[in-house]
Design a protein around this ligand. Structure first.
Ligand code: FAD
Length: 370
């Protein structure tokens, strides 16, 4: 192939999809590591209420959310009806009028230049509880109609299927890099060699080991996340909005009474993918404080995923310094389902030497090598 992509989370899948859509010859390889971020992710696409003021980061998540409807329409037009994406809106809930006023102001200001946010509405306590009945009755909310949920695994699979329809080759296996001097010539999987002009590494937190094997010190760090799946019997939760409570916790529903609450943010535990008592306890405790009505829900499962963070918590994308033919994108952190499909499109354009809309210098790969 002309291109080999290592890692088929949301980023690699999107890159492969966009490259094959341009008629390129692509081999996508994935090892299906336990803890793949895309598999465990919650799926909130609502970047506009953030308190984080890093411009380069915000540009990516904003463009990412904007790109979704277009990508989903394109997939549907090509027969991919299961994309896992639904615009169900989000409510940012607050227990005082003062906090609500402040957030309304921020939201309205952003909405002026961001039509994809849809309607911004202030909701009373009664209106808020009506939209998400398990909530405690003390919250008013800022409602954003353009917010969406996405099932990361479903979208990833739709992108891979869409790519395959255009000739994408997919291989399940453990890839290592083949290097000749400072030129990357291809990869090895299960003792077999595959040659390519360009190799793209989108291996999430596992990219560190892969790049280490050719002597590179790649500074991606895993942040472990545990996330709880619940089930509300006999309840149609399919259209409930995403709930963004005041602290780092959230809840969102899928069809068939499924509710997802999370997630922990555990630094410095490496790639330990166990479900722990303290992790689940923290999630339950915070969720029940905000939504006591969840107490009677069925506990189904806890998933574990590793958010890939690069220095400064800023994504990186580009060619690896000192290595011909080697490209890397990483660091999608806690917002990669939002930015990933868009960044994959940009990465595909970049490796094809086409013009890109992002300023590559803002996401300089050199920052991620020690
Ligand atoms: P991954 O999805 O981790 O994929 C990397 C893949 O590369 C893996 O499958 C791995 O097996 C493969 N790989 C690595 N090395 C090799 C090799 N040598 N050979 C073969 N394969 C290899 N983002 C949002 O926008 N909204 C959310 O609501 C949200 N919620 C989240 C909740 C949780 C619990 C978690 C963990 C993350 C959440 N995120 C969210 C963030 C988002 O999931 C990630 O940023 C994103 O999925 C990262 O995608 P990725 O493709 O870079 O990595």
């Amino acid at each position: 192939p002309s291109y080999i992509i290592i890692g088929a989370g949301i980023l690699g899948a999107s890159t492969a999809y966009h490259l094959t859509n341009e008629g390129e010859d692509v081999l996508l390889i994935d090892r299906n590591d336990p803890g793949q971020a895309t598999n465990a992710a919650a799926g909130i696409i609502c970047p506009w209420l953030t308190n984080r003021y890093n411009k380069a980061w915000y540009k990516l998540v904003e463009a990412g959310a904007k790109y979704y409807p277009k990508l989903v329409a394109q997939l549907k037009a090509n027969g991919e009806s299961t994309t896992g994406y639904h615009q169900v809106g989000a409510i940012n809930v607050f227990d005082t009028d003062e906090k609500l006023d402040r957030k309304m102001e921020v939201a309205l200001k952003r909405q002026a230049s961001t039509p994809e946010m849809g309607e911004v509405t202030r909701l009373s306590k009664v209106e808020t509880k009506k939209l998400f009945p398990p909530l405690k009755d003390v919250y008013g909310a800022v409602h954003i109609s353009g917010a969406a949920r996405v099932n990361g695994a479903e979208l990833r699979d739709a992108l891979i299927r869409g790519g395959k329809a255009k000739g994408l080759e997919f291989l399940n296996g453990d890839a290592s890099l083949e290097v000749d001097d400072s030129k990357v010539t291809g990869v090895t999987v299960s003792g077999r060699s595959y040659r390519a002009e360009k190799v793209i590494v989108t291996g999430g937190v596992w990219s560190r080991q892969l790049l280490e094997s050719v002597g590179l010190n790649f500074l991606v760090k895993p942040q472990k996340a545990q996330i709880v799946h619940l089930q509300m019997p006999d309840t149609d939760t399919s259209k409930w909005p995403i709930v963004l409570p005041p602290y780092q916790q959230y809840m969102l529903t899928f069809g068939n009474g499924k509710i997802v609450v999370g997630a922990t943010q555990e630094d410095d535990v490496g790639l330990d993918n166990r479900i722990t008592m303290s992790g689940v306890f923290e999630i339950f405790e915070k969720a029940l404080k905000v939504a006591p009505g969840l107490a009677s829900a069925t506990y189904v499962d806890t998933k574990v995923g590793f958010r890939p963070f690069t220095p400064g918590h800023l994504p990186i994308i580009g060619q690896v310094p000192g290595y011909d033919g080697l490209y890397v994108a990483n660091g999608l952190g806690a917002s990669g389902l939002t930015s990933g499909p868009y960044l994959g499109k940009e990465l595909a354009r970049f490796v094809m030497n086409q013009s890109v809309s992002i300023n590559i210098k803002d996401y300089d790969v050199a920052n991620a090598f020690g």
